[in-house]
Design a protein around this ligand. Structure first.
Ligand code: PLP
Length: 409
């Protein structure tokens, strides 16, 4: 570390709040920033890192927003989303998930990410425990810490399939929330219906809230995902369902997410939102209304393509002698590369034995392929590949990945 870096580090320690110092940088955004740097320097980089679909926003959504701009739809809306958007969200939950809500059960926010943050803020007191199936999406951990919660990971490796009995074993009198994410980022696994039913019974019997993150609900390759809140009135009254138009409609940059849940929890989330951002972007709300009203069948055409890409990546990895669990959904494959660690991958000073971060850094710098280190998701043996990209990138990138492995073997 240079003297300048050391001084900067010390300055941070004394000036920046302990609350902020204890949270980590967002790993996907850090990788993406490095990808942009390399691209700006003129290098060809193939990115399997960031989790966003490569299809275009449907024309009817674009048209609705252009019309809204022309009609000067430019003012603040209700802070938790316009009544028109809430009605569209209510209809969507009824049509797709079999859950009936009223307007007071709904909030629209700046991405599903903000909904997750606010749900933890609304529910957690310092020392409350949150059961978090691992590997997990990297956003949850830092949000839980910021809200004063204690993370209780429940390991799902090597199958990455969550079992209700493991969740039950992790419950203590301090358990406040169980987090579910099915299909999962980063593993692509879904929670089996029987396990979901048992988790619902457990939550109801112990009066534990469930945060059910369903942002990948339309990306599945077999049985359709089930919303835990649809399994009965008891569990519905304890569940905060998070969703968003980011992944489903290719609208990641529009930043529009929503949550449904018990009135008092949603009111708590709104209280936080009112102080932090007020309403999510009005134009994005207009786009989201059209998205909600679209026939969800439109995604089917993309799904068959995603399935082909998933099969391609899984097949290519198996040919490289990498053991892979077949994902049920989302657009990620998560797999163990630890056999390449140690003296095969040059370790940094902080992890002389090698790590998923070292592996990903070398792959990016050497082969120009960006993937995500598993440590960001709670498993330092694994890495995540997002296959939501073009066939050209996928073929070239997997080829480069294979060459890289041959080189370091
Ligand atoms: N939940 C999961 C599991 C995710 O993977 C993401 C984004 O990657 C989000 C929530 C947040 O999505 P957004 O804020 O774009 O709606």
């Amino acid at each position: 570390m240079s003297v300048h870096a050391l001084l900067f580090f010390c300055y941070n320690i004394f000036m920046i709040s302990k609350r902020v110092l204890k949270i980590k940088d967002s790993a996907p955004l850090s990788i993406n920033n490095r990808v942009l740097e390399l691209k700006n320097s003129g290098r060809r980089i193939i990115s399997f890192g960031i989790g966003e679909p490569n299809f275009d926003v449907p024309e009817e959504i674009k048209t609705a927003v252009i019309r809204a701009v022309e009609e000067n739809y430019s003012r603040y809306t209700a802070s938790d989303g316009s009544a028109e958007l809430k009605r569209a969200i209510i209809k969507k939950f009824s049509r797709d998930n079999g859950i009936e809500y009223g307007e007071k059960n709904i909030i629209a926010s700046t991405g599903g990410k903000q909904c997750v943050f606010q749900a933890f803020q609304a529910l957690l007191n310092s020392g409350d425990e949150v059961i978090l199936p691992s590997p997990y999406w990297c956003g949850y951990t830092e949000d839980i810490k910021l809200a004063g919660g204690i993370i209780v990971p429940v390991e799902t490796a090597p199958s990455f399939r969550l079992r209700a009995e493991d969740v039950a074993r992790a419950v203590t009198p301090k358990t406040k929330i169980i987090v579910l994410n099915s299909p999962s980022n980063p593993t692509g696994m879904m929670i089996a219906e029987g396990e979901l039913q048992k988790i619902a019974e457990l939550a109801v019997s112990k009066n534990i809230y469930v945060l059910s993150d369903e942002v990948y609900e339309y990306f599945y390759y077999g049985a359709r995902p089930i919303s835990i809140a649809s399994l009965g009135e008891g569990i519905k009254n304890l569940t905060i369902t998070i969703n968003s138009v980011s992944k489903s409609f290719g609208m990641t940059g529009w930043r529009l997410g929503y949550a449904a849940g018990p009135e008092d929890v949603i009111a708590g989330m709104k209280k936080v939102q009112d102080q932090v951002t007020s309403n999510p972007c009005g134009l994005s709300q207009k786009g989201a209304i059209t998205a909600m009203e679209m026939n969800p069948g439109w995604i089917t055409s993309h799904l068959s393509e995603f399935k082909k890409k998933k099969d391609f990546v899984v097949g290519a990895l198996r040919e490289m002698n990498i053991s892979v669990e077949e994902p049920d959904g989302a657009f990620y494959v998560f797999f163990d590369v630890s056999k390449y660690f140690g003296d095969k991958i040059a370790g940094s000073i902080r992890s002389p034995q090698g790590s998923s971060t070292d592996f990903c850094k070398e792959l990016l710098e050497d082969a120009g392929v960006a993937i995500m280190p598993g440590v960001a998701f709670g498993n330092d043996n694994c890495v995540r590949v997002s296959y939501a990209c073009s066939w050209e990138d996928l073929r070239e990138g997997m080829g480069k990945f294979s060459d890289f492995l041959s080189k370091i073997r």
